[in-house]
Design a protein around this ligand. Structure first.
Ligand code: IMP
Length: 423
């Protein structure tokens, strides 16, 4: 049985949580493969909004097993808060939420290092969520990290101390003013680790291998977006993991020839949170409308997201890198009321018109070239089937499908599970 992937194709916040939640009924296992609590996956049903950071978005579906894969980085303190929020649902967490022994731990000092590193960068800061993601992946690739499996050995606190001491020396090296009380942070951390230890740790690659053999249907849930990928994103304004399809192979131990459908999610427009280049960004009333109607505030940090027109050059690049087989367009409803819609179909780059994503998309080297299309006035949020969609929206969709050469299978018209149109 193949493993299907679900990935964000822009700079994150495309609505992966909602779609995983909608699709979960078709799957036995939902597995997160990268990122950590920098993610904020929002799910809405029965009038309630839920935000998950590390826990996969299949957690509310009866019968689904949720796996936190080896490629994920886990902050026990945030994890514990997530578990606390789930308490009222009476879920049997140890049997439906399994954690890879090979996943790395975010220590309190990783978070402090993140803060020190960002503070030292001044204007060049990445705009990190400050959840300790970069320093934790640095320790992973630097072969210094602590893994979930270490918690099963009696010397884990010694390992912890050695690493935390090293981090403190590094924080001092940055020579920035970071106020912290490590003792207090450690108290919370050690308490949260004890909660974590009550959960089920597994060799997730083996588990998933056997599950595939048994014909179980598996969905790998991406976090962040392709343009934040450490290799293919807008470096250095990226996150520290491979958010693209290949990351699912390394982040779960799934062989490339076992990947099935690659479901790519994008918003009908573009957003970005944090620093970094964004060619189609709007600084006018149109951008403000997108932000307001789309409620574009980060689920993890509450920061306002930057908004702009759809960038097909970037989207085509993401479709290629991931081998996307089907698309899902989110937040079509937010564009209702715009008389004219713009879609960036090429860049002017060093005096030439290009349609590929170049090395550098900084403002001074790239000018977006737009196609204009008629908008639609209808409120989409109550629509439930594709034959209700306005003609001009269908034209917008047809145009995107032709450009991207991949079918758009789902059009989302609101945050709730039910506001989902299949095509
Ligand atoms: P970090 O991964 O927290 O270090 O953040 C690096 C960059 O990725 C920053 O610009 C963040 O705003 C962005 N980022 C990280 N996680 C997410 C996410 O889940 N959605 C959107 N942007 C994110």
């Amino acid at each position: 049985m193949a493993v299907d992937l679900l990935l964000g194709l822009q700079w994150g916040d495309e609505g992966k949580g909602k779609i995983v939640d909608v699709l979960t009924q078709n799957y036995d296992i939902i597995a997160r493969f990268q990122g950590g609590p920098n993610a904020g996956h929002t799910l809405e049903f029965d009038g309630i909004k839920h935000v998950l950071h590390t826990i996969p978005s299949g957690i509310f579906h009866k019968g689904a097993i949720n796996i936190v894969g080896n490629g994920v980085v886990i902050d026990p303190v945030i994890f514990q808060k997530e578990l606390d929020n789930l308490e009222k649902f009476n879920l049997d967490i140890p049997s439906i939420l399994l954690i890879s022994r090979k996943a790395h731990l975010i220590l309190p000092t990783h978070r402090l290092l993140d803060a020190a590193s960002e503070a030292s960068k001044g204007k060049a800061k990445i705009g990190s969520t400050l959840k300790g993601i970069g320093p934790t992946y640095m320790d992973k690739t630097g072969r210094n990290g602590m893994r979930i499996g270490d918690l099963e050995f009696s010397d884990w606190k010694e390992k912890y101390r050695n690493l935390a001491d090293k981090h403190e020396a590094m924080i001092n090296f940055y020579d920035v003013d970071i106020q912290y009380d490590l003792k207090e942070l450690e108290e919370d951390f050690f308490k949260a680790v004890e909660t974590l230890k009550k959960l089920t740790f597994i060799d997730s690659e083996e588990y998933l291998f056997n599950a595939q053999r048994e014909g179980k249907k598996i969905l790998a849930e991406g976090a962040q977006g392709s343009l934040l990928d450490i290799d293919f994103g807008t470096y250095p304004f990226v996150t520290s993991s491979n958010t693209t399809a290949a990351g699912a192979c390394t982040g779960l131990g799934v062989a490339p020839n076992k990947i099935g459908d690659v479901k790519g999610i994008f918003k009908a427009y573009t957003t970005r949170v944090g620093s970094g280049p964004f060619p189609t960004e709007l600084f006018d009333e149109d951008g403000a409308i997108m932000a307001k109607v789309g409620n574009e505030f980060g689920a993890t940090t509450g920061r306002a997201r930057r908004c702009g027109w759809l960038d097909l050059v970037a989207l085509k690049y993401a479709v290629q890198i991931n081998g996307v087989t089907e698309l899902m367009m989110m937040k079509g409803d937010v564009l209702s009321g715009f008389k004219t819609l713009k879609v960036c179909t090429a860049y002017e780059y060093k005096g030439k018109t290009i349609t590929h994503f170049p090395y550098n998309i900084e403002e001074e080297s790239v000018t977006p070239i737009y196609s204009e299309m008629d908008g639609w006035a209808e409120d989409l949020t109550k629509m439930s089937s594709s034959d209700q969609l306005p003609e001009t929206l269908n034209k917008y969709i047809d145009f995107l499908e032709k450009e991207l050469e991949v079918p758009i299978k789902i059009v989302s018209v609101g945050p709730d599970r039910t506001q989902t149109i299949y095509r």
